[in-house]
Write a protein that binds this ligand. Structure first.
Ligand code: FES
Ligand code: FES
Length: 150
């Protein structure tokens, strides 16, 4: 099957029911996307399918055929740059494990909504858990990125 990942077409000889996360990590060796719960509960595995944040651990790779898959390795553009700069400035990550998923959700939020309220941020980020509890810095990072994008 053919996937378009980070703008590049990749051909994989795999079971279409394989979770997209396994294809990304094990077949393509792109390890920026993390495995956390495997059950759509933690958000560590978040990628974008046509810009929509998606839990790749519960998405069969067949669902990613014909759509643009973006991972943390390929996320780009002004919104991604603003988020990455804010994350660096505010030292958002602690252990870092959840952060690629956090960044993917934050980029999707700010792409849709350049001025998110606290409620918007809570709604968009509630599916991304952080065992280090960096939630305050994540919120501050999103607000800082929003200011840069204004
Ligand atoms: S690993 Fe996919 S949501 Fe936790
Ligand atoms: S920074 Fe450690 S899990 Fe979020």
């Amino acid at each position: 099957m053919k996937l378009t990942i980070n703008g590049e077409e990749r051909t994989l000889d795999i079971d279409p029911e394989m979770p997209l996360l396994w294809a990304i990590r094990d077949e393509l060796g792109m390890t920026g996307t993390k495995f956390g719960c495997g059950a759509a509960q933690c958000g560590a595995c978040t990628v974008h399918l046509d810009g929509v944040p998606t839990r790749s651990c519960v998405t069969p790779v067949s669902a990613a055929e014909g759509v643009a898959v973006t991972t943390i390795e390929g996320v780009a553009g002004p919104v991604a740059e603003a988020v990455q700069a804010a994350w660096t400035e505010l030292d958002v990550p602690q252990c870092g494990y959840c952060q690629s998923g956090q960044v993917m959700s934050a980029v999707a939020l700010l792409t849709e909504n350049k001025k998110p309220t606290d409620e918007d941020i809570d709604a968009a980020m509630s599916g991304n858990l952080c065992r280090c509890a960096t939630y305050q810095r994540i919120r501050a990072g999103i607000k800082s990125a929003a200011t840069k994008l204004a």
